[in-house]
Design a protein around this ligand. Structure first.
Ligand code: PHE
Ligand code: CO
Length: 316
């Protein structure tokens, strides 16, 4: 996901997050600066250190997998559930990326690469633009099943990878990577607009299917609490997806979402994001952004949230 390094300083939503007092093991280099030595997370691709996983690591995977596998039928979209089955993510223990890649490369030409954690935006975009999906190799600790402050193996792999088997979604992710490189060159405001699109689709998207409202966002399917909340709670808004609407809406990183945007299918998402965003960035840059909880005239409202329990304070 597009957690930026600066996000790490703040709190994350309960979907991922817990306290920072027990950071997961990560390869860190130290760089001499005017302020002394500061840690720099490695940004390169590494080998998944599969034989280094402990019994506990494998048990954490199995526990999280079982929980979500029981919860998600009837909640997650069928494309996601099909991907989970096709990869055999529940065969027992942490999957080997090399095995998953045999399936993935053949299916859509995507490839998983192991990384230490969050990447700088431009490095992340470059991976996506080349159909490589970076997956954090380390997994959370047993006391972090419900809350973790940065994306780990379970979020990255279980949350994001199943949909990479879907041809339309796979193309969307690559197009997003290319669009990211473009936005990065345009400037920070364009990048913020694009980040909101990622947040409200790839991470927290819902889909209105003939069978009912379903989840496709990775940040939701990797969280037990939000998998229930996003569909069952009366508090949040559920609003039809609109490209400019989404790109101009701030989001919360410290709570469950206050608004979910709903697509009809992946083709709608892919087609809506086809146009050149350059003029859209220019237009949005001149207008104020909307608060996360706002409902606007012209919105296609599936549910107007009661806002009950909403945290006050700034949206990102
Ligand atoms: N069409 C977008 C652009 O021109 C690129 C993009 C595609 C961005 C898909 C996000 C998703 O910048
Ligand atoms: Co993510």
């Amino acid at each position: 996901m597009l957690w930026t390094p600066s996000d790490l300083a703040g709190n994350r939503e309960p979907s991922y997050g817990a306290s920072m007092d027990q950071p997961p093991p990560r390869k860190v280099e130290h760089q001499q600066t005017d302020r002394g030595y500061i840690p720099v997370y490695a940004t390169g691709v590494v080998e998944q250190p599969w034989s280094g996983y402990t019994r506990t690591d494998h048990e954490v995977w199995d526990t999280l997998y079982q929980r979500q596998r029981e919860l998600l039928p009837g909640r997650a979209c069928k494309e996601f559930l099909a991907g989970v089955e096709r990869f055999g993510l529940g065969d027992g223990g942490i999957p080997k990326f090399s095995e998953l890649n045999k399936v993935l490369v053949k299916a859509t030409g995507w490839e998983l690469v192991a990384v230490e954690g969050l990447l700088p935006d431009e490095v992340f975009f470059d991976h996506l633009a080349n159909r490589r999906f970076p997956v954090s190799w380390w997994i959370r600790k047993p006391d972090q099943l419900d809350y973790l402050s940065e994306p780990d193996l379970f979020h990255d792999l279980f949350g994001h990878v199943p949909l990479l088997l879907n041809p339309v979604f796979a193309d969307y992710m690559q197009a997003y990577g290319r669009g990211g490189m473009k936005a990065f060159a345009i400037g920070p405001e364009a990048l913020m607009n694009l980040t909101r699109l990622y947040w409200y689709t790839v991470e927290f998207g819902l889909m209105n299917t003939p069978e009912g409202m379903r989840i496709y966002g990775a940040g939701i399917v990797s969280s037990k609490g939000e998998s229930i909340y996003c569909l069952d709670s009366p508090s949040p808004n559920r609003i039809g997806f609109g490209l400019e609407r989404v790109m101009s809406t701030r989001y919360r990183i410290d709570t469950y979402q206050q608004t979910y945007f709903v697509i009809d299918d992946f083709a709608q998402l892919f087609n809506a994001t086809r146009p050149d965003f350059t003029p859209i960035y220019a237009k949005l840059g001149a207008e104020p952004a909307h608060a996360a909880a706002d409902v606007l005239d012209g919105d296609r409202v599936f549910t107007r949230g009661t806002r009950e329990g909403f945290a006050t304070g700034a949206d990102t």
